[in-house]
Design a protein around this ligand. Structure first.
Ligand SMILES: Nc1ncnc2c1ncn2[C@@H]1O[C@H](COP(=O)(O)OP(=O)(O)OP(=O)(O)O)[C@@H](O)[C@H]1O
Length: 300
């Protein structure tokens, strides 16, 4: 759900970054709206991490700019963000709660507040009994949960999370989504990168699809679904194989009496429905594409 319009949006305009001859991020523009869980989706090497590092000011920008609340972002703005870097970066040998309290203090919280907030979040993540353990004693998935708590602790004004769901079991994914939704309800823009297509349908309010350093598609889940490839399910007669003979029909699948097809144009659709009616039409339904199907189509 979009939140209060007073919350700022994070904008990326024509962002570009080269490494030698390789343009890793090529004129990338998108908006992360307040209160939206926005998935930054792309395969290995698509440019997600590089873009996030430029947003956070860790990597020099070769072209374009990052804007926050309608003006160029400043170092002070970035200090209010929560960032979970790909390389993570907590101390393995330090106790979980101690290091979160310390990080909270670095971010301007009192030790008491940081300890209370970290305890609350760790409990929500099922780690209430691990507060005194060293980080390295936790499983990798649990270490990841602690990393997320570290990025959320100081009530950040925006969240930039590099692969926060990778390596988490389904229960941990759900608690992570709950934690992030708490923030989006408060109007925080959240950008998270992922290449786990099985998760994005369930999680994303908006999506930015990146491939080869370029944005292939971007928008809200509803807009992308509406603009996505439109397929229909037709059930007629005993064998739907006849659709293969029809010109202008993109046959996705045929199984018994049912076919999944797309049409080149409206007249083709009307003609095929009429043919199906002659064979005893039992079903003709549009299929709403999933976000993962839209992703596959966009990067094809
Ligand atoms: N420091 C660097 N030096 C040289 N090339 C780099 C550097 N960082 C990234 N690249 C290149 O930039 C491209 C984009 O990499 P990036 O890590 O941003 O992709 P990604 O979408 O985050 O991929 P992954 O999902 O694998 O983490 C790749 O071709 C990568 O090899």
């Amino acid at each position: 759900m979009p939140a209060a319009s007073s919350a700022p949006a994070l904008e990326v305009l024509g962002l570009t970054r080269r490494f030698g001859d390789v343009t890793a991020v090529d004129d990338v523009s998108f908006v992360v709206e307040p209160g939206r869980l926005t998935g930054f989706i792309g395969g290995n090497g698509a440019g997600k991490t590089t873009t996030m590092r430029m947003i956070m000011g860790i990597l020099a920008i070769h072209g374009g700019e990052v804007r926050w609340g309608g003006r160029p972002i400043t170092r002070a703005d970035r200090a209010t963000f929560g960032y979970m870097p790909e390389e993570r970066g907590l101390y393995p040998k330090q106790q979980v709660l101690d290091q979160l309290a310390y990080l909270g203090q670095l971010r301007g919280m009192t030790r008491r507040d940081a300890t209370a907030e970290a305890t609350r979040m760790l409990e929500q993540f099922g780690l209430g009994d691990r507060l005194k353990d060293k980080l390295e004693a936790l499983s990798l998935g649990n270490q990841q949960r602690v990393q997320v708590v570290a990025s959320l602790l100081h009530s950040p004004s925006a969240l930039i999370l590099d692969e926060p769901f990778s390596g988490l079991d389904p229960v941990a994914v759900d608690s992570m989504v709950d934690l992030l939704r708490e923030r989006t309800r408060e109007g925080v823009p959240v950008l998270f990168s992922s290449h786990q297509l099985d998760l994005i349908d369930r999680i994303c309010d908006s999506m930015i699809i990146l491939a080869g350093g370029k944005v292939r598609a971007a928008g809200t889940a509803e807009d992308l679904r509406a603009a996505g490839p439109r397929h229909y399910r037709i059930t007629a007669g005993h064998d739907a194989g006849w659709v293969r003979e029809e010109p202008g029909v993109d046959v996705v699948d045929v199984a018994g009496a049912t076919a999944v097809v797309g049409f080149d144009d409206e007249p083709t659709r009307e003609r095929v429905v009429a043919r199906a009616a002659e064979r005893g039409l039992a079903e003709f339904t549009p299929i709403v594409p999933s976000l993962s199907e839209i992703y596959r189509e966009a990067v094809r």
